[in-house]
Design a protein. Structure first.
Ligand code: F3S
Length: 292
């Protein structure tokens, strides 16, 4: 059996960067906290804890030391509160999210009614909303867009991980709701790249293994796009869930992983699949190049 790894998989640039920033912020003398879990992956959170980086759910839970702002970002009120408490702020907000926050702020200052296209309860959307002076409409569906009142000027910002096709459909509706529509393109390509790489690989192999938390929406989406190609697809959280019978009579298997899956979890899955294939393995680093 040949095992292929999807060309784009696992942590995105912003999450990798945030973890590096957190590790560099370690300090033997001062307490270091992330404000909320750095990613929704318990193994990563406990690894950081072993390195002396704890999670605080709220700023009020921190009295001194460093506070790390995770990749989703926060509103201006949180920076102000941290400053008032004399905390040392280490900002790991993804630059793409920063751009969306800044866009919401600028649109507001320029007199637009801000519309954020995204999931209302997602931490990133909450942070963008805060930068709109908590004065934006957050919409997620075409129905939400149709329900908006008319405005002279609408300014649109998207959650960085929002699906590009859905975004365009909603924008078309917003065009009918105003005299002037200004669109800030804030969708990040990381999600699309992962989905496209998963589709490309699923078309080449007999079985796809998608690694990531069951509650991870982007991992579930990856599994769905693989299934849509007709490839047999299993969504697992860890190597322990792999079953040898999945690979009987399989010539080629592919692995991909959601944006919150650390590399070492992917490596464990790869190693276990290697064992299950009784040594008949060609390891390939990316799915785009088949060398075996
Ligand atoms: Fe990741 Fe930043 Fe994009 S956190 S998904 S690179 S917006």
């Amino acid at each position: 059996m040949k095992i292929y790894l999807a060309e784009h998989r696992g942590f995105c640039y912003g999450v990798n960067r945030a973890i590096d920033i957190a590790l560099n912020a370690r300090n033997e003398k001062l307490p270091v906290h992330t404000l909320g879990p750095i990613i929704h992956n318990p193994q990563m959170v406990s690894r950081l804890k072993e390195q002396g980086i704890d999670v605080a759910e709220k700023l009020t839970d921190i009295s001194t030391g460093k506070v790390i702002i995770r990749s989703h970002g926060v509103g201006p009120d949180v920076y102000k509160q941290a400053e008032d408490k004399n905390l040392d702020v280490v900002d790991a907000t993804c630059p793409h999210v920063k751009k969306a926050q800044q866009a919401a702020y600028n649109l507001l200052q320029a007199g637009y009614q801000v519309v954020i296209i995204g999931e209302e309860n997602h931490p990133e959307v909450k942070s963008i909303f805060a930068w709109s002076n908590s004065n934006a409409h957050v919409i997620e569906t075409s129905e939400d867009a149709k329900a908006l009142p008319d405005y002279p000027r609408l300014g649109v910002v998207a959650q960085t991980t929002f699906a590009a096709d859905k975004f365009l459909t909603i924008v078309k509706i917003l065009e009918t709701k105003c005299d002037e529509l200004k669109i800030e393109r804030t969708i990040c390509t990381a999600t699309d790249l992962r989905q496209q790489a998963a589709i490309d690989l699923a078309k080449k192999v007999n079985v796809m293994i998608v690694v990531g938390g069951r509650n991870s929406a982007n991992t579930a989406r990856l599994a769905n796009v693989c299934r849509d190609t007709g490839c047999t697809t299993y969504h697992i959280e860890s190597a322990a869930e792999l079953r040898p019978e999945w690979f009987s009579n399989v010539q080629a298997a592919g692995i991909t992983a959601g944006a919150s899956t650390p590399d070492w979890v992917i490596e464990e899955v790869y190693s276990k699949m290697e064992e299950m294939s009784l040594g008949n393995v060609v390891k390939l680093e990316t799915g785009s190049v088949i060398k075996g």
